[in-house]
Design a protein around this ligand. Structure first.
Ligand code: KG4
Ligand code: ZN
Length: 332
């Protein structure tokens, strides 16, 4: 089965062609980092306009790279939520138009589901597994029992982990998006230099909170001269990152033990973080658990994961009609 995947939920315009849910024939992403960089975060209206400019060349490019024509596709998968409604509408409208014109069936894909299944693009990971989905918009913990069978264990009460990275990077003048930059900078810093607080939600062991760490870094910067903290940027980055990663790892390992699940899978942009990978592996090893990481390009938003999730549903016979609308708050 040959499936085109289209993703425009936030600020990446992405398309991929996937054969039989296994072979990636093309996977093309156009990032808008330069457009949003000066604002330190995604500006929704600008994101929609960029998607409109990029979507046709990206989809055409993916088909060309794959060496196929539209007519050869068995189906199209497109993200219909959650995300920025203006951004989602660009991808969804394009796919509906193509489907209407060509008769190729299409399915709307839940972006969260696609992240949870992205690991299967590269590795055979048996179900069930605990998946931690940490991105710019979400921080969620699921027990993934099978395709379509997701048990929600917890999530963030306030900011997403990636959002904390992006905001702290902005405070420190490191640019946007902040995750990758802080990850790099932290490599030369001391993780124990500053003890930033770790939020714990007493009512639920699987809930997260990242607004406090963001405020703690802000206070730390305010209490120092700019000259002083700039000379300690690597230590601040490493200490901030250690707190975030700690807050992500503990509930995940706990969830695996409590649910009797032996495997942990990372997903979402923050899943690409080198320290998160290292600490998750260390703590999971200590408990006899296995950890699986998608390649960084499959952690961040991409069309291949949308094509993969879509392939599962198309194979099960699902077809969406033209009444499907973008849903900014879609849940799993
Ligand atoms: O999954 P994604 O591409 O988009 C959303 O669905 O949000 O995630 C983007 C987020 C951004 O907040 C970015 O700063 C963060 O993932 N990120 C990272 C790393 N690479 C991207 N955070 C920490 N370490 C990284 N290496
Ligand atoms: Zn995402």
């Amino acid at each position: 089965m040959l499936v085109l995947g289209v993703e425009t939920s936030c600020d990446d315009t992405a398309a991929a062609v996937l054969r039989d849910g296994r072979t990636i024939l093309a996977n093309t992403v156009s990032s808008q980092d330069e457009v949003h960089g000066p604002y330190g975060g995604v500006v929704p209206e600008l994101a929609s306009r960029q998607h409109i400019q990029n979507i046709l060349p990206i989809v055409d490019g993916a088909l060309k790279t794959a060496g196929i024509t539209l007519g050869e596709l068995d189906g199209i998968a497109v993200t219909y939520g959650p995300g920025l409604v203006g951004s989602l509408l660009v991808g969804l409208s394009l796919v509906k138009g193509v489907s209407f014109r060509t008769g190729i069936p299409y399915v709307g894909v839940n972006h969260l589901e696609a992240h949870l299944l992205a690991i299967h693009l590269e590795q055979e990971v048996p179900f069930p597994y605990i998946a931690v989905l940490a991105s710019g918009g979400h921080t969620l913990l699921y027990c993934v029992k099978d395709v379509g069978n997701y048990i929600h264990l917890g999530g963030t009460r306030d900011d997403a982990a990636g959002e904390a990275y992006d905001k702290v990077a902005k405070m420190m003048g490191l640019g946007y998006p902040g995750g990758k930059v802080i990850d790099q900078l932290a490599k030369s810093g001391d993780r124990k230099a500053i003890r930033f607080p770790r939020a714990r939600i007493s009512q639920s062991p699987y809930e997260f909170s990242f607004s406090g760490i963001k405020t703690a870094v802000w206070h730390y910067l305010k209490t120092q001269s700019r000259e002083r903290w700039e000379s300690r940027r690597a230590d601040i980055a490493a200490s901030f990152q250690e707190a975030v990663v700690d807050m992500l790892v503990k509930p995940t390992v706990k969830a695996a033990a409590a649910c009797g699940v032996r495997r942990i899978v990372l997903s979402g942009g923050v899943g690409a973080n080198s320290r998160l990978r290292a600490l998750m592996k260390e703590k999971a090893d200590a408990e006899g658990l296995e950890v699986f990481f998608p390649a960084p390009k499959f952690c961040t938003d991409n069309g291949a994961m949308i094509a993969l999730a879509g392939t599962h549903w198309l194979k099960r016979g699902r077809r969406d009609d033209f009444r499907l609308n973008a849903d900014a708050d879609l849940t799993l």
